[in-house]
Design a protein around this ligand. Sequence first.
Ligand code: BES
Ligand code: MN
Ligand code: ZN
Length: 507
Amino acid sequence: MELSVVTGDITAQAVQAIVVNLFEGVESPGGGTGAVDSVLGGAISSLIAAGEIKGTRGEITVIHTIGDAYSGFVPDRVIVAGLGKAENLDLDGVRSVSAIVARRLRRLNVENAATIVHGAGIGGLDPEACAEALGEGAILGLYRFDKYRTSSKPKFDETRPATLTLVENDASKVPALEAGVARGQVFAGASIAARDMVSEPANVLHPTKLAEIATDIASAGGMAIKVLERSDCEALEMGAYVGVSLGSHQPPKFIHMTYDGDPANPDNNLWIIGKGITFDSGGISLKGGAGMGAMKGDMSGGAAAIASMQAIATLKPVLNVHMVCAATENMPGGGAQRPGDVVIAMGGKSIEVDNTDAEGRLTLADAIGFARTKGAARIVDIATLTGAMVVALGMGHSGAFSNDDELVEQVIAAGDTRGEPIWRMPLDPITKKQNRSDIADLKNSGGRGAGSITAAHFIGEFAGDTPWVHLDIAATNMGRSVHDWEPNGATGVPTRALIQLALDLGT
Ligand code: BES
Ligand code: MN
Ligand code: ZN
């Protein structure tokens, strides 16, 4: 879908459908909606008076005007989108309504549509931010992962709508709206890149493929990338990461991408580290069969990390961003590590592998160890780390764990800005003891209680005193329309929050 911005009158657009909006409780609409109402001889206000249009958030009314012979103007359809109560509308609302409208346009088989910018009028929101949210919502809301369907035809023409034009009366606002739309496209494009990686099955998207995708993104964005092989990782003494890879025929790939946004100040950096288990069978501590297929998504943190770099290279914050994804499968082959094995992580800490299914923290230990030897000033890791996180917060929030109040607040704020909610969890000294081993410095599982917290404590041992935030996205990486801009399946969370964080830190 092509997005554009024009100066003009919404009633004068030569398109198949125009989109206007209505706040709940408004009886005689003003602005663009009012102008359309007048051309239609008061059709919208009559429907409001009749109680058919209420303006509740997400309500969609399609008025068939049957073209200019009948109504006096070109569009065959007017879509009235409800925005809810004016005082409740925020950017999430704009993103939602835009996603719902875009899907309706597709169902109506509309090729070209024009819309007013929701929220920018009496909504009182910043017009540029509204245009951005509108663009994001439309693109993200139309997403589908259909590449493997050959026979079952999609119900609707996936190429529709082909164009969506944002129409603004006031020419002086157009440059800001254009900037907003352009940024919204960059954010949404990165999130979709992450969704595509998560949705790919694990026989296609193995570590080698993930490294190829990362390499393509790096070269398109003019970024440096290094992919370390198993032997390189052995030489760096990444015993924890290498241990996880031993049960698979797929070679591990340790991916390190660099965006140089402030080359004169190497200490001005952010390290984004994503868990990259392209399939998690559990290893010798094999998982049960039910739902195991979802473990193709156990590289969602890595996907978000890699995809965020695509947008960061375009939006160019003044800060150096390093991305690491220690990619591997976790499989139970003959070479696999066993429960009870002891491995030595980079930096020398010994770990008793109590459960081979607690593999994510092992790979993250070495990824974080690597980042610290390279002078990381701030680390954010993202991981589908624990089933316990699903139990604790469900799909409403990703969990955040941190040793640094300032950084975690910045991460949470970035999530709020982008509609990717994050909730801080505690790192208390009581549960930390659950990671004690009888024979090594640490063990990789902390027992039944507080499973997401003990996992975070384990990673925290390797972050040391470097400002660090761990995001557990075990429930938020895939969903069933949790937000209107997240259709079923991979959500891309928290790609857009990571991009926002880099922008916030690099301005
Ligand atoms: N990838 C899983 C966590 C997970 C579970 C993500 C469900 C998404 C949905 C992780 O590697 C894992 O297996 N964790 C174990 C840890 C346990 C063995 C200490 C878990 O949560 O059960
Ligand atoms: Mn596991
Ligand atoms: Zn896992």
